[in-house]
Design a protein around this ligand. Structure first.
Ligand SMILES: Nc1nc2c(ncn2[C@@H]2O[C@H](COP(=O)(O)OP(=O)(O)OP(=O)(O)O)[C@@H](O)[C@H]2O)c(=O)[nH]1
Length: 254
């Protein structure tokens, strides 16, 4: 069975700034047996974590969001001709501590890190401090998963804002190499293909790392419960919010 969140009833089809397509959700019981890929998206504030996830799952770009509270999105994807259950965990932002050695990282994020099989580390190419957050963030992931291979990709988002660039592409490449994953420059605002390629690459890596197993992978380090299940209420609330603000700002309805 597949559950859909309430579809929007009034929309402006000319706008790309609103979530026009509901993100398919389905209960955990409907997961594809033995093929459950769990990834978490991590990074500093305002780098575009939510925008990237929504872009990947809906091919759409939403202009503005309220601060993220950590939604979990679920859907089935086709990976090399195989159906795979994908869960993508959005997270609140992390930030560097004053000494820049450690991270401010909510407990909810630690749980997500423990739960996930693959990691999307995001910075904005327009914000060098978000780039500096990545190395400590990766070390943090390593502390939670001290053993084994960690499938990871590094995404430099907002590549459409070239004039505001603060992080050079080769800085991204170098950092990604040190983490042992590939670097993708992407624009959640302007380009679905780049975002899609990045997420799909990670899903493939995770699937290979799980080796066809059921996701019961490495379990060293901290013992933390998995994060809450798909947040349907949160999604519905966001749709309602988007629709009501749309209704206020435009007379164009379908
Ligand atoms: N120009 C441009 N803006 C983007 C892009 N991606 C996201 N944004 C904008 O950046 C802002 C932050 O995007 P979010 O997706 O909310 O970022 P986040 O990392 O989830 O933010 P937090 O909730 O603070 O953790 C929003 O105003 C987005 O519209 C992009 O690729 N290009």
């Amino acid at each position: 069975m597949r559950l859909l969140v309430d579809p929007p009833r009034t929309m402006n089809s000319g706008s790309s700034n609103f979530l026009l397509v509901p993100i398919p959700e389905y209960p955990v019981l409907d997961c594809v047996p033995n093929k459950n890929v769990k990834i978490v998206v991590l990074g500093a504030s305002n780098v575009g974590k939510t925008a990237l996830i929504v872009r990947f799952l809906t091919k759409r770009f939403i202009g503005d969001y309220e601060a993220n509270t950590g939604a979990l999105y679920s859907r089935k994807i086709n990976l090399d001709g195989e159906q795979v259950s994908l869960q993508v965990q959005d997270t609140p932002c992390v930030s560097l501590q004053d000494d820049a050695e450690g991270l401010y990282c909510q407990e909810q994020i630690n749980r997500s890190i423990y739960w996930a099989d693959g990691y999307v580390l995001v910075f904005s190419i327009t914000d060098h401090s978000s780039y500096r957050t990545i190395q400590p963030l990766y070390q943090h992931v390593r502390r939670i998963h001290p053993a084994g291979n960690i499938p990871v990709i590094l995404v430099g988002n907002k590549s459409d804002l070239l004039r505001a660039r603060q992080v050079a592409a080769d800085e991204g490449e170098t950092l990604a190499a040190s983490l042992g994953g590939p670097y993708f420059e992407a624009s959640a605002r302007e380009n679905h293909e780049g975002v899609h390629a990045a997420f799909l690459h990670l899903c493939g890596e995770v699937s290979r790392a799980l080796g066809g197993g059921n996701g019961e992978k490495r379990r060293g380090g901290l013992h933390l419960a998995r994060p809450k299940s798909p947040n349907m209420q949160e999604l519905k609330r966001r749709f309602r919010q988007v629709l009501s603000s749309k209704g206020k700002s435009s007379t164009n309805t379908l």
